[in-house]
Write a new protein. Structure first.
Length: 258
């Protein structure tokens, strides 16, 4: 199946890099179009996909189109390409454009799948939320899911949970970055060089997350193993509890979900 990217910015490039690197699709089967011609040509030269000269050319060459432009550009794309998309499969990563919204705009002539990625997909460590409600053919969905797995962890969610899923995986990287910055600042306060502090905290966070994912153990169990009686870690943990870490984390999601 030939893939056509509508948009080749940061997230589009992340997916293109993952797809091509996975070996599950050849460069010759991937096309992309972007109104930023210099960016498109730069990415095409770097990754080896085919740069389309127009939106119409892209859709004509693609079996599956991937809407990777900014959410506020989707309506314009639809107005230009609605007829061209008929009979095609469309996978969208544009925030807010879920299955039902596309169905209202495009009708039943286009097969739809909404996917919500996050920025760590740039390093192949993303979280890709697939909306369960879709109209792709079975073989199209299987193919697309294999490609997206090359950029991170794929999780299927019912439509009603895409909002909370996106709040955690989509906004979560910013919260994690705040955590990294805060602990790095603490390290600098006590003498660590800034670049060393960032590396230490980021690597510690990455390693802890990987340990939980690979073992499947409850985070509390993993935490307890580090907390010796009367030791430094349990003192730090109780300070975080006293200062309201859990409450602050939950409040951040409550604010998003209002």
């Amino acid at each position: 199946m030939k893939i056509g990217f509508i948009g080749a910015g940061n997230m589009g490039k992340a997916l293109l890099t993952g797809f091509i690197g996975s070996g599950k699709i050849d460069r010759s089967e991937i096309f992309a179009f972007d109104t930023n011609k210099s960016l498109l040509e730069k990415n095409a030269a770097e990754l080896g996909f085919t740069a389309a000269d127009s939106l119409a050319e892209l859709i004509e060459n693609a079996d599956i189109a991937i809407m990777a432009c900014k959410p506020d550009q989707v309506s314009k794309v639809i107005s230009e390409a609605k007829e061209l998309l008929k009979g095609k499969a469309l996978v969208s990563i544009a925030l807010g454009w879920d299955f039902d919204r596309y169905c209202r705009e495009l009708g039943e002539d286009v097969r739809i799948q909404f996917v919500m990625p996050n920025t760590p997909a740039l390093t192949g460590s993303g979280v890709l939320l697939f909306e369960e409600k879709n109209s792709l053919l079975a073989e199209e969905r299987e193919f697309i899911m294999k490609l997206f797995k090359s950029t991170g962890l794929v999780i299927e969610l019912p439509s009603k949970l895409m909002g909370i899923g996106g709040a955690i995986s989509g906004c979560g990287p910013a919260f994690a970055d705040l955590f990294i910055e805060a602990y790095a600042d603490a390290g600098v306060k006590y003498g660590l060089p800034r670049d060393t502090a960032y590396k230490m905290v980021s690597a510690t966070l990455l390693g802890s997350a990987k340990l939980q994912l690979e073992t499947g153990e409850h985070p509390a169990v993993l935490k307890d193993r580090v907390c010796s009686p009367g030791g430094s870690t349990i003192k730090g943990v109780t300070a975080l509890e006293r200062e309201g870490l859990r409450r602050a984390c939950q409040a951040s999601i409550d604010e998003i979900m209002k």
